[in-house]
Design a protein around this ligand. Structure first.
Ligand code: HEC
Length: 102
């Protein structure tokens, strides 16, 4: 799946690319809507939301949301955790140094 290269398939994420698991479904859906609307403008997600088939359509996003909400973190911490109200951020300079999406 397209997300695993940056977030790993269990959603744990690399240090520079945010944890995607441990969120509630609602939080995840909200982030995706914000990426799409531009309310949250962060590369590469703002581009991926428009180009990756898995991120097209509300049903697909719901499926992803429930997938990631069920993944258990090995590190035992939820960086953005279910209780989080704000997204955590990383420096964009690290992000832009990465090669593009697969
Ligand atoms: C090219 C690397 C890359 C790919 C591929 C990618 N992401 Fe991301 N994603 C990131 C980065 C980097 C961030 C962190 C943005 C920030 O620092 O605010 C992020 C943030 C997120 C967030 C928000 C996390 C938070 O803390 O609020 C979610 C949710 C997310 N990605 C889901 C996905 C999904 C689902 C896919 C697959 C369709 C995907 N990502 C593919 C790099 C990627």
């Amino acid at each position: 799946m397209a997300c695993g290269s940056c977030h790993l398939m269990n959603g744990e994420g690399h240090p520079e690319s945010a944890t995607t698991s441990g969120f509630t479904v609602d939080y995840f859906v909200q982030q995706m809507n914000d990426f799409r609307s531009g309310a949250r403008n962060v590369l590469p997600m703002s581009i991926l939301i428009k180009t990756v088939p898995e991120l097209k359509g509300d049903q697909n996003i719901r499926n992803l949301a429930s997938y990631f909400s069920e993944q258990k973190l090995k590190r035992g911490k939820t960086a953005g955790g279910a209780a989080a109200t704000k997204p955590h951020r990383h420096s964009v300079s690290v992000v832009t140094a990465r090669p593009g999406p697969p």
